[in-house]
Design a protein around this ligand. Structure first.
Ligand code: NAD
Length: 408
């Protein structure tokens, strides 16, 4: 999917053959075995990956995913998207991603800590504040980033907070990082609804995924006055046309872990949620949930890609042909996370910490600039908004590679 998107964008901007493959393929991939002693005394060997897609424009940047369906191909695709995303929003980074094939909900806290530390131990020579800077993604969180930062710091012999972002505040995490991705999604939704002349206070919203990104998107949009009518996680969804009490849902999930049996509305399946009539649909879980099967049935007006890669290429073509749904493509929509990760890294390197207002003001300024650039590119070349965003991201990476030349 990511490769086909690249080919289409490279054709659209007539990217010279000599630079295409250099821009497209990952620079390095590392696969590791991670033995972990279980609480019953047995040993399980997990498989982990890190892919650094582009290192031409700065250290590479991207999250680490703990999920049972992780594959090297998926990690490489996510790393590629990180390259276009960091480039699009103008950060001095390349793209990377990591992953471990594991269902973290089946591990005890101790096992999870051992796995996280073992993963970082294997990555010590592959990552670093000026090489590659991981962050949280699906199945990982602040606590895991803290363990990884501690493992790296012990190895190098001094505190090195800038090796990962998304850390707890006490370890050099940034104000606003936890909510950054969702706050950015909500901010862009608000801006696009303004363009569409739809008052946000009249907007209804359905969100798939109630983890970091989905829940923070829900909180921020409800603060803007939108009505959240459906939310879901891997255990299923909740639908309430009168609006869901997001604070209550968050408290429920904090204790019960899953939304299952939350009594804030009627149960709804993840598939049905995507096809609800609503103003804004925000997939905020995994890839490829909007397909050629459900794309003709979507009833939203704005599709905000809070997750990475939620729409297949076939579905994209259907939505483009329909022409009645505005799209905020993933590389723009969820870029708030990496922007505030960048702020966290800057604060760590300078040992000077900002307050939340400063973080949010700077975040929204970067998102505004990226939105304006994407919409100008869309208008100038009559591209879809996804193609506009990808071509901008890809062109900047290709230009950097061209300018640096080829090391013999
Ligand atoms: P998370 O692990 O915090 O939450 C994932 C959520 O998706 C959970 O509620 C989980 O139950 C749900 N989910 C998992 N499988 C599902 C399924 N089959 N159907 C429905 N729901 C399912 O992860 P996250 O950090 O919120 O990431 C979500 C998406 O956002 C991913 O695509 C990730 O790459 C992307 N993203 C995350 C960040 C970040 O800062 N965390 C930044 C940019 C993009």
């Amino acid at each position: 999917m990511a490769c086909r998107q690249f080919d289409q964008a490279a054709d659209a901007i007539s990217l010279p053959e000599a630079i295409r493959d250099r821009t497209k393929y990952p620079r390095r991939c590392l696969a590791v075995s991670l033995p972990v002693r279980r609480v019953d005394g047995s040993v399980t060997v997990f498989e982990g990956y890190r892919v650094q897609h582009n290192l031409s424009t700065g250290p590479s940047k991207g999250g680490i995913r703990f999920h049972q369906h992780v594959t090297l191909g998926e990690v490489a695709a996510l790393a590629m998207w990180m390259s276009w995303k960091t480039s699009l929003v103008g950060l001095p980074y390349g793209g990377a991603k990591g992953g471990v094939i594991v269902d973290p909900s089946l591990l005890s806290e101790t096992e999870l800590e051992h796995l996280s530390r073992r993963y970082m131990q294997e990555m010590v020579n592959f990552v670093g504040p000026h090489v590659d800077v991981p962050a949280p993604d699906v199945g990982t969180n602040e606590k895991i980033m803290g363990w990884m930062m501690d493992t790296y710091s012990n190895h190098v012999g001094h505190v090195e907070p800038a090796v990962v972002t998304g850390k707890p505040i006490a370890l050099g995490g940034s104000q606003g990082r936890r909510e950054a991705t969702g706050a950015g999604v909500a901010y862009l939704v608000k801006k696009y609804l303004e363009d569409m002349k739809v008052p946000i206070t009249k907007a209804t919203v359905a969100i798939q995924g109630f983890g970091n990104v989905g829940s923070e998107t829900a909180i921020a949009l409800s603060r803007y006055g939108a009505k959240i009518i459906a939310i879901s996680d891997v255990s299923g969804g909740i639908y309430n046309p009168k609006g869901i009490d997001i604070t209550k849902a968050l408290t429920y999930v904090r204790y019960q872990k899953m939304l299952h049996d939350f009594d804030g509305g009627e149960p709804i399946s993840n598939e049905a949620l995507l096809e609800l009539k609503c103003t804004v649909l925000a997939p905020a879980a995994l890839e490829r949930v909007i397909t050629d099967v459900n794309a003709p049935k979507l009833k939203c007006r704005l599709l905000a890609e809070a997750a990475n890669g939620p729409t297949t290429n076939a579905a994209d073509r259907i939505l483009e042909k329909r022409g009645d749904i505005e799209l905020i493509p993933d590389v723009l929509c969820n870029s708030g996370g990496v922007v505030v990760s960048y702020f966290e890294w800057l604060q760590n390197l300078s040992n000077y910490y900002w307050d939340r207002d400063e973080v949010m003001t700077k975040l929204f300024a970067i998102l505004d600039k990226a939105k304006i650039a994407v919409d100008a590119q869309k208008k100038k070349f009559q591209f879809s908004r996804r193609l506009a965003a990808l071509t901008l991201g890809i062109q900047r990476v290709a230009d950097a590679k061209q300018s640096r030349g080829l090391f013999p």
